[in-house]
Design a protein around this ligand. Structure first.
Ligand SMILES: [Zn+2]
Length: 331
């Protein structure tokens, strides 16, 4: 039995037909975890969907109404890049409920993994890039509203920048708040990072992503690492360590929300970095080791993964669970 809970529902499946997004990955991950003996059926908790009230903690009433009534414009549906349906709306409400449950469980068990979620391209008033609802932001805002946490840090290792996350948590920062990162850290060597003053903000956002990739316009996170094309395991892992130590030196969150994207993988169809499957597992372990050492609970969502062979994507996501098991075993 795992020392933490996995959050999953068959309803995570996204009904989007033939698509580069492998919507069947969630079910395959659960099956692989059970078949390989990594997890047992009672390690899984089934989430309830978020309520409209939860969704409205992040999204605008106008947008939620369009989703409820099926009145997105054709331009809005085009930007979403997945075909609208009522069933798809239900799947995203469930993903948000799953992230809420994972966040609550992380506070109990120090870590929890939702076998879904991580839809970081959703904005308050529109969806983009396969992301209709920002499940992680809904989870953070709900736990804040319930008084369970005051602060959180998002650690987004999807290959694409977390543009929705950056906008949702940007708050009232003025452009004058920007602080260019100019020290001699490894962060600065060929990797321009930008940072806000984090004073008085309740959510600190970190995004490590490929610079030359979607989204073209990258609204500033608290800390952005714009990675060059095709970097491999060693350089990438150094960046993850640097970003976390810098971020945690500036901001001490009560919860880390880790988006464990599988798309930095070198055989990803939508990525342009060069990580191996083993390197991605080491990345996950590094994030967990740091969270454990700092005594900060960590909730995990899967985010993207578009390997040419879907089984590779499944392996990478399963390894996230295995890495958590190895790091948190015996706790
Ligand atoms: Zn991605």
């Amino acid at each position: 039995m795992l020392p933490f809970k996995l959050i999953y529902s068959d309803g995570y499946y996204l009904p989007i037909g033939e698509h580069v997004f492998p919507a069947e990955k969630y079910r395959k991950i659960r099956e692989r975890l059970l078949a390989s003996g990594v997890a047992e059926t009672n390690d899984f908790l089934e989430p309830e969907p978020a309520t409209d009230e939860d969704i409205l903690l992040v999204h605008t009433p106008e947008y939620v109404d369009k989703l409820a009534t099926g009145t997105l414009s054709s331009q809005e549906e085009l930007e979403l890049e997945v075909p609208y349906s009522r069933d798809l709306v239900d799947a995203f409400w469930l993903a948000a409920g799953g992230s809420m449950l994972a966040a609550r469980q992380a506070l109990v068990d120090r870590v929890s993994v939702s076998i879904g979620g991580g839809f970081h391209h959703a904005f308050p008033d529109h969806g983009e890039g396969f992301c209709m609802i920002h499940d992680v932001a809904v989870a953070i805002r709900r736990l804040q509203r319930d008084g369970k946490i005051r602060t959180a840090m998002t650690v987004d290792c999807d290959v694409h920048q977390g543009n929705g996350t950056a906008v949702i948590f940007a708050g009232k920062r003025a452009p004058g708040d920007w602080l260019p990162w100019t020290s001699g850290s490894a962060l600065n060597r060929n990797r321009p990072a930008r940072m806000h003053s984090a004073d008085a903000e309740d959510v600190f956002t970190i995004s490590l992503h490929q610079q030359n990739n979607y989204p073209v316009f990258k609204p500033p996170s608290s800390l952005d690492l714009n990675l060059p094309d095709m970097i491999g395991d060693g350089e990438y892992l150094a960046c993850v360590g640097d970003a976390l130590s810098l971020g945690l030196s500036m901001f001490k969150p009560e919860l880390i929300c880790y988006l464990a994207g599988a798309d930095p993988y070198r055989e990803d169809q939508l990525g342009g970095l060069s990580l191996t499957i083993e390197g991605l597992k080491r990345r996950d372990a590094l994030v967990f080791q740091i969270a454990k050492a700092e005594r900060i609970p960590v909730m995990v969502t899967l985010a993207g993964g578009y390997a040419q062979d879907v089984e590779d994507t499944v392996t990478i996501h399963c390894n996230t669970v295995i890495a958590a098991k190895e790091v948190f075993a015996g706790e």
